[in-house]
Design a protein around this ligand. Structure first.
Ligand SMILES: Cc1cc2nc3c(=O)[nH]c(=O)nc-3n(C[C@H](O)[C@H](O)[C@H](O)COP(=O)(O)O)c2cc1C
Length: 218
């Protein structure tokens, strides 16, 4: 199939609530995973921790942790977007520096600077560190959703779940560094959904300040 371009995928995407049992071909799933982690992250920390929930037993446990939302049982895979708020202090960070050096993207000087600046910045975040990690995971989830749409699949962002229960299901236990950003079932839509619509731009888009609503041309 020809992939939809980005504007077309954005406009066509709907939150799909029923999925066919059809599996996703392994090559297609891998392509989705690769497009998901092509997302940017603060300092390229890549602090998302993504779990593909696929087995029937894990799907049932995740569904129970998500107010029994049946999309999780129906879809062949649900991506759980977790985030590690201390990823910047962990082994993955050395790999981030190594790759950027090898690719010539970050010269030695930049790596040296980041090795000091990143811990300082992260320490300054305090309790906001979780929020920063979750932002990165949400951006990756958005990449997944648009890539899936472009490649003929459907998705639904899901906020309806109980965080400690989801953490148990994915094996994060009570790790205080791990937060859950969002769940995204992915599969082939069983039923289409209509666009519930969007507010007029002037309701929530502004120029310079809230006092100046954006006025669309049409
Ligand atoms: C962060 C987020 C969380 C959501 N959580 C759920 C959910 O738990 N269950 C559900 O059925 N829909 C969920 N939705 C889907 C929204 O209801 C849907 O996006 C919205 O009604 C707009 O419809 P559209 O996505 O088709 O444009 C969620 C959407 C977002 C962006």
């Amino acid at each position: 199939m020809t992939a939809l371009n980005v504007p077309a995928a954005i406009l066509q995407r709907r939150s799909i609530k029923t999925f066919k049992p059809d599996p996703i071909a392994p090559e297609l799933l891998q392509q989705l995973v690769e497009l998901t982690v092509a997302a940017p992250s603060s300092y390229n920390i890549q602090d998302w921790r993504i779990v593909l929930v696929q087995s029937e037993a894990q799907k049932a446990a995740l569904c129970a942790a998500s107010f029994n939302q049946q999309m999780i049982m129906q879809a062949p895979v649900t991506f759980v977007f977790a985030a590690d708020s201390r990823a910047w202090a962990k082994y993955t960070m050395e790999k981030v520096y190594e790759q950027a050096l090898a690719n010539g993207a970050w010269p030695e000087g930049t790596v040296g600077y980041f090795k000091k600046a990143i811990p300082q910045f992260q320490a300054s975040l305090g309790a906001q560190a979780r929020e920063y990690a979750l932002k990165d995971a949400m951006i990756a989830a958005t990449h997944l959703v648009l890539a899936a749409e472009s490649l003929g699949l459907s998705t639904c962002f899901m906020n309806g779940w109980v965080e400690p229960q989801v953490k148990q299901v994915i094996g994060a236990g009570e790790d205080p560094d791990i937060g859950i950003a969002v769940l995204v079932p992915v599969g082939y839509a069983a039923d289409p959904r209509l666009n519930p619509g969007r507010l007029p731009l002037s309701a929530n888009v502004f120029v310079d300040q809230f006092s100046h609503p954006y006025e669309s041309l049409s």
